[in-house]
Design a protein around this ligand. Structure first.
Ligand SMILES: CC(C)(COP(=O)(O)OP(=O)(O)OC[C@H]1O[C@@H](n2cnc3c(N)ncnc32)[C@H](O)[C@@H]1OP(=O)(O)O)[C@@H](O)C(=O)NCCC(=O)NCCS
Length: 145
């Protein structure tokens, strides 16, 4: 198992994960821009892409933009390892790492809490839902370094 920079060759597999785990999936363009302008990492088991994380750093602040693990690999520690690798990479260069998460995403909230994130705010109606008339709130979470 290795964590390595995302490359164009990974995008088809990354899109498959994204589409199977997100209600508002990013397009291939979102991932191409991430490769060019942000930091994007994939978690691979031999040639199989198990998951990915995308984040960006501006001065001493960083933001987690996207993280997902293939449905068949969820609950096996991949998300935790990806998050730990990201934190390790950023450690010493940032003061704060922030993210948004759906209020209903208990699994992700639990994961972030385990890695030192605390809730610092809420964004009303931040996310789309399957029902085009309904929006879902986001929690804003932060980890200080
Ligand atoms: C959220 C996500 C990235 C977590 O990755 P994962 O590989 O499944 O998580 P891990 O196996 O590393 O587990 C880490 C922690 O997450 C939580 N967790 C994982 N699976 C869980 C489940 N089925 N129920 C409740 N909590 C769960 C637990 O706190 C777990 O720690 P523990 O094993 O000590 O109990 C993954 O479930 C996912 O891709 N979800 C869909 C996309 C998504 O929601 N992304 C986050 C957007 S903000």
């Amino acid at each position: 198992m290795i964590i390595t920079p995302m490359q164009r060759a990974h995008i088809a597999a990354v899109l498959e994960i994204e589409r199977s785990t997100s209600l508002a999936p990013w397009s291939d363009r979102g991932f191409l821009e991430s490769i060019e302008h942000h930091r994007a990492r994939v978690y691979c088991d031999a040639d199989y892409v198990c998951g990915f994380v995308v984040y960006r750093q501006t001065a001493d602040q960083a933001e987690l933009l996207n993280i997902a693990i293939a449905p068949g690999r969820q609950g096996t520690g991949c998300g935790s390892r990806l998050l730990r690798a990201m934190i390790y990479e950023l450690c010493g260069t940032i003061r704060q790492l922030s993210l948004e998460v759906r209020v209903s995403n208990f699994r992700a909230i639990r994961l972030y809490q385990q890695h030192g994130f605390i809730q610092v705010g809420e964004r009303r109606g931040y996310y789309p839902t399957a029902d085009e008339h309904l929006r879902e709130d986001a929690l804003v979470m932060c980890r200080e370094f």
